[in-house]
Each structure stands twice: as C-alpha cells, then as structure tokens.
Design a protein around this ligand. Structure first.
Ligand code: SF4
Length: 197
C-alpha cells in the first residue's frame, strides 16, 4: 500500500490545516474583542489605524481588513462613538477623510494580544523564522496576483535587497536602515516601507 494512492493532494491538506488555524485565531479574536466591547472588524480596523499615525482612508482600511466599504464605515462610526477613532481631513487631499486612532484607541490596541501568537506558540524560534519567511513569500505572491491590498512587507519594498549574501545568517539587506537582515528580521507591516517599482 502506498500513501500516495489514497492521500488527498498536499495543497488540499495544507489548506485544511490552515483553515483550522485561522478559525482558532478568529475565535480568539472574537473573545478578545468582546472583552473590550469591540467586534473583530472594529478591532482589525483599530489595529490598522494605530499602525498608521498619520491617518488612513476608509477604503484602505476596508481593503486591508477584507470587508466592504459600508461595513468598514459602520465599524468606524462605532469606533468613533467609543472615542477610539477620529475622522479628520486627509493630509494629502483635504476633501477626503482620514481615520486616526485616538490616545484611548492606541492604549486599548496595545493591550490586545495578537491571536496568532497563541497559534504559533508551539513552534520553536527556528520554525517561527521559517514560517515568517514563508508567510512573507505568500503575501508577495497574493499581492502580485492582485488578491490582496498592497502590504508594507520587506519583500515588496524598494529598499529590500534579497539574498545578497547567500548562505549567511543575514543574507538580505535593507537599504533604508543600511544593515544586513536575516529571515527573522523580515517585517510584515513596516512604517518605512516604500513599494518596489
Ligand atoms: S524599509 Fe522596512 S520594509 Fe523596507 S526593507 Fe527596510 S525593514 Fe523592510
């Protein structure tokens, strides 16, 4: 008997496992958000705004979180009523509105645990480093396919020099910081990110 003859294809089994992990993470998000009086969408939008102190447009927040503009608008209205978000004129276009986290919003966001930290807690540091590299690779692939909104990750950044010192512990280089990087240093949401051409 050969397992290849009756196993489901590898991508199918990987997808099933990742779906389970995402469901666990989402349940943890629900619990955390509820304990703070938020929905998961409100929590996601608050976190997105906190990572962008200059403010962010509603459509960008909706694309990042993966909801429609009306759903994001409802979530922002609820966050504003709770004093966690402010709506201001956008710095780049005074006719547009940007959402900005308030001090209370940043404080609440800082104490919210990241749900996936629980999910990956069973991996050792080397495994987590490998997973970080693979995660960045999957994000780049999805972005190139137009399946997700542009992300501020190293592998899509014009300052990133990939694998310029092959075989070393720090094979990459960040031209913004001016320093070598290892896979363990890869960023998923870097404030200094600038899109590669
Ligand atoms: S600027 Fe940020 S995103 Fe760009 S390569 Fe450096 S650390 Fe990575």
């Amino acid at each position: 008997m050969n397992f290849d003859t009756f196993s489901e294809p590898l991508p199918r089994r990987l997808a099933a496992g990742l779906t389970r992990l995402a469901a666990v993470a989402r349940q943890l998000d629900w619990r955390t958000a509820e304990s703070e009086g938020l929905t998961p969408t409100q929590g996601d939008i608050l976190g997105f705004a906190c990572a962008r102190p200059a403010g962010v447009r509603l459509a960008a927040a909706a694309a990042q979180v993966g909801v429609s503009n009306p759903t994001a608008s409802d979530a922002v209205a609820a966050l504003a009523r709770k004093g966690l978000i402010e709506r201001r004129p956008d710095a780049a276009d005074g006719r547009a509105v940007a959402i900005v986290a308030t001090a209370a919003g940043r404080t609440l966001n800082a104490r919210r645990p990241a749900s996936f930290e629980t999910v990956i807690a069973g991996l050792d540091p080397v495994e987590q480093e490998t997973l970080l590299r693979l995660t960045a690779k999957m994000i780049r692939s999805l972005q190139r396919a137009g399946a997700i909104a542009p992300q501020r990750t190293c592998v899509t950044c014009r300052f990133f020099r990939e694998n310029v010192a092959p075989g070393s512990r720090e094979p990459h280089y960040c031209a913004f910081v001016g320093a070598p990087m290892g896979d363990r240093h890869l960023r998923i949401d870097c404030p200094e990110h600038q899109p590669s051409p």
